[in-house]
Structure formats: C-alpha cells, structure tokens
Design a protein around this ligand. Structure first.
Ligand code: SAH
Length: 218
C-alpha cells in the first residue's frame, strides 16, 4: 500500500534530507525547494516510510530503483531549468524525478519502457494533480518525435552511448543531462546543442544507474 498522509514528522525528515543534499553541494534553491515539497514516501510502499528520507536509491520492483535524492537533485540542477520549458525524461520509474521537475515549473514528457511501472503510475492518485506531466509507455531511445523539439532532455538510466535520435529532438541551445557508460559506474555529462548543431560536452561526477535498455517490456 502507498501512504497518503504527509505528517509533520515526514516534513521534518524531508527538511533534514534537504540539508544533507545541500551539504553535498547542491545550491539551486528551486531544486532544494522542490525536494522539500515532494513527499518522497508517497512513491514507496508504506513499509519504507522512514527509508524514503534516507539519501539512498531504493528498489521499486521490476528490478528498478527510485534514484537517490542527491542524484535527482544533481541532475535537476544541471538542467538549469527555466519555467515552462519542455523537458523529455527517459526512465519514468517511480515518477519521483518527473514530479520534482514539474514542481520546478517544467512541462514534463516522460517515457517508461516497462509496462508494469507505467501502469502503476496510472493508478497513483497523487500524480493526477500534475497536469504538466505527460506519461508515455515506449522505448526512450526513440524519444517522442511528435512532441519534439525539447529544451531539455534528462536520461535517468545508464546510457552506453549518446542516443542520436534524442539529440535530433533537442532544440538548438538545448541541453541533455545523461549518465554515460556501459559499466557499473557512469560519468554524468551535460551536452549542449549549439546553434551550429555541434555538441558542447561537459563532464561531471560519477554515478551508478540501472542500464538504459532498448525496446519495450510488456
Ligand atoms: N527517474 C526514475 C528513475 C528510475 S530507474 C525515478 O525517479 O524513479 C530507470 C528507469 O528507466 C527504469 O524504470 C527503467 O525501466 C527505465 N528505462 C530503462 N531503459 C529505458 C528505455 N530505453 N526507455 C524508457 N525507459 C527506460
């Protein structure tokens, strides 16, 4: 069962979580405010109420995880979001990252390749108030050509290489934040599509994501 109550205790735990993330170097106030706002325990079974506010990744079924809050904050900060920007997310998972981006004012288009996870979000009442998030079941490698171009793209699974179709769906001047690498550890990269079409590459810290896998899983 998913919890539905957000108590003072939860809010207190969240405040501590935000202080921890800040201490690890996240400075963007809008990111910190969003993490403070979103009841992360709603995204986990009620048995894991306390664990929800530890700065850790957590299993969400189907061999997948809800990303560590610090990682969510890190990627969100790198996106340098402006209000109402169109953001494509690859790997909806628990939808926590999507909600954090929506709280920051983004128009979120998020794709999940696993039907069970996609369906579970459809029956998650808390998500209904987020009209600015659109959920898709599909292969993130294909992106969403119908809705392109996007100002920002965030990949929340380990990509063995830069997905070229997604670069095509990026607006000139737009940015992609992507954990790149095929091993256990990936390098967080930020790719900016210059007006010329060339890519500017910036390299950040190391992280460990579940792999980005091609094709859909029914
Ligand atoms: N953003 C998520 C993190 C989920 S983990 C959250 O906040 O909880 C990564 C997710 O990416 C998994 O759910 C996995 O099924 C999904 N995924 C992996 N490869 C994918 C692909 N090609 N297209 C769409 N989703 C993919």
């Amino acid at each position: 069962m998913r919890p539905t109550e957000d108590t003072y205790r939860h809010k207190g735990l969240r405040k501590k979580l935000v202080q921890g993330i800040q201490a690890k170097g996240i400075t963007d106030e809008r990111v910190l405010d969003a993490i403070l706002e979103v009841p992360r325990h709603f995204f986990l079974d009620s048995a894991f109420d306390e664990a929800a506010y530890e700065d850790k990744a957590f299993p969400i079924g189907e061999g997948q995880t809800i990303s560590q809050p610090y990682t969510v904050a890190y990627q969100s900060q790198l996106l340098e979001l402006k209000p109402f920007e169109k953001v494509l997310e690859i790997g909806t998972g628990s939808a926590y990252q999507a909600v954090v981006l929506a709280e920051m004012g983004a128009q979120v288009y998020t794709i999940e390749r696993q039907k069970k996870l996609f369906e579970s979000n459809k029956s998650f009442p808390f998500l209904r108030k987020y009209h600015s998030i659109k959920f898709f079941y599909g292969d993130g490698y294909e992106g969403l050509p119908t809705y392109a171009p996007f100002e920002k793209i965030i990949i929340t699974a380990a990509a063995p290489e830069i997905p070229q179709k997604l670069i095509q769906q990026l607006k000139p001047g737009g940015m992609m934040v992507i954990p790149l690498g095929s091993g256990e550890i990936q390098q967080m990269m930020r790719l900016t599509k210059l007006e010329s079409g060339a890519l500017k590459e910036e390299v950040f810290d190391h992280f460990s994501f579940v792999p980005m896998v091609g094709g859909k899983k029914g």
